[in-house]
Design a binder for this molecule. Sequence first.
Ligand code: SF4
Length: 89
Amino acid sequence: MEWKDTMKPAGPVTLNNGWTLEVNHGVCIGAAPCTAMAPNTFALDDDAKAAILATVDQDDQETILNAARSCPVAAIIIKDAEGNVIFPA
Ligand code: SF4
């Protein structure tokens, strides 16, 4: 697996669109709908927690947003370029 940021695979990482994306590993339960919704963005790491792939910028905003919405524990946090939280809303 190649992560966007190998030093912090769960983020926060900044995307090309200016968004900051992070997976809260404290609450992620590895349920994995995020990996199905946005396969270029999320994959499970060795601890079965979602992390952010190097290919994240290949998924569009709606795809990433839908992945965040699909998370049963709201572990995916998205901020815009100004640092405002887009999700969870
Ligand atoms: S959907 Fe949520 S709980 Fe499941 S792997 Fe993704 S971030 Fe973790």
